[in-house]
Design a protein around this ligand. Structure first.
Ligand SMILES: Nc1ncnc2c1ncn2[C@@H]1O[C@H](COP(=O)(O)OP(=O)(O)OP(=O)(O)O)[C@@H](O)[C@H]1O
Ligand SMILES: [Mg+2]
Length: 269
């Protein structure tokens, strides 16, 4: 179970809070999609989950252990069970695909292996299996920077798979991809989730995709939770609650009868 307990995060003393009194409990095996406008606090929340960001107040607990109060060593241990994928893939560009995936196992290996790039045969085998699993086994020896965005995200997912995390965090993992590739990556994540049952939390900017993949959708607005429910409960008015501008200026245009529903409009922005 992942618990966000009364989180508030201020980056600067004078800044408005990026998260404010935010509480949420995510049960094991859920597939949660976070929705919210740009600046709503989605990335801040995701990064609080694995301790990349410390909240100003409040606490994050993973399986009962405090991520927020964990000392460096404890935090590294906790993070070993948490995988993360990013919008920009975060691969090591000059290394080949297979080596990039094996980096996912560094925390299990002695330091000298990491430094010399010498991996035990079982790690190589596991990495190859992961690459096959995400459909790019044939690219194992290609340099990471020679791949398309979709292929690079598959490498990043394979890297997470070898880590065997119990929690998968994704900060806009498909935002840099064309719609068809984005769809393929989300299907892959959904298939992995079905198989591994790892708790999954993704930020997405696409309401339609969120409804398709999530078991639960959480809406964030100005750092506060404004929606928490099943995908089928996210109707047009709730989408509007999440995305409306603070001054409500554009509502007449978005909800005019001749206009498509808000979620369709949002799909196209
Ligand atoms: N490192 C930082 N320093 C200062 N302010 C920050 C920092 N990171 C985020 N913020 C601010 O905190 C608020 C929430 O940002 P966050 O990145 O969490 O939003 P987001 O929902 O992920 O937005 P987006 O959809 O654009 O990625 C914003 O006002 C942002 O400007
Ligand atoms: Mg973000």
């Amino acid at each position: 179970m992942l618990q966000f307990i009364d989180l508030t995060k201020r980056y600067g003393k004078a800044d408005p809070p990026a998260l404010q009194d935010f509480s949420l409990t995510v049960e094991e095996g859920e597939f949660v999609v976070l929705l919210g406008r740009s600046g709503a606090g989605k990335s801040t929340l995701i990064r609080c989950a694995n301790g990349l960001i410390r909240p100003t107040s409040g606490e994050v607990r993973w399986k009962g252990e405090s991520v927020t109060r964990a000392k460096k060593e404890e935090l590294l241990k906790l993070r070993a069970g948490m995988g993360m994928i990013f919008q920009q893939f975060q691969l090591i560009s000059r290394l080949d695909v297979l080596t990039n995936v094996m980096v996912g196992r560094f925390h299990h290996l002695p330091l000298w292996r990491s430094l010399t790039g010498t991996f035990p045969p079982e790690v190589v085998e596991t990495a190859r299996e992961a690459l096959h699993r995400v459909g790019i086994g044939h690219l194992a020896r290609q340099r990471a920077d020679g791949l398309s965005g979709g292929q690079q995200q598959r490498v990043a997912i394979a890297r997470v798979l070898v880590q065997r995390p119990k929690l998968l965090l994704g900060d806009e993992p498909v935002a840099s991809l064309d719609p068809v590739t984005a769809d393929a990556i989300l299907r892959l994540l959904k298939e992995i989730h079905r198989h591994e049952k790892m708790t999954t939390i993704l930020n997405l900017h696409d309401v339609h995709m969120a409804r398709r993949v999530a078991t639960r959708i959480v809406g964030i607005r100005n750092g506060r939770l404004v929606f928490d429910g099943k995908p089928e409960e996210l109707d047009e008015s709730r989408v509007w609650d999440i995305y409306r501008p603070d001054d409500d200026c554009c509502r007449p245009f978005l909800v005019h009868e001749s206009q498509p529903p808000v979620s369709h409009v949002l799909l196209r922005v």
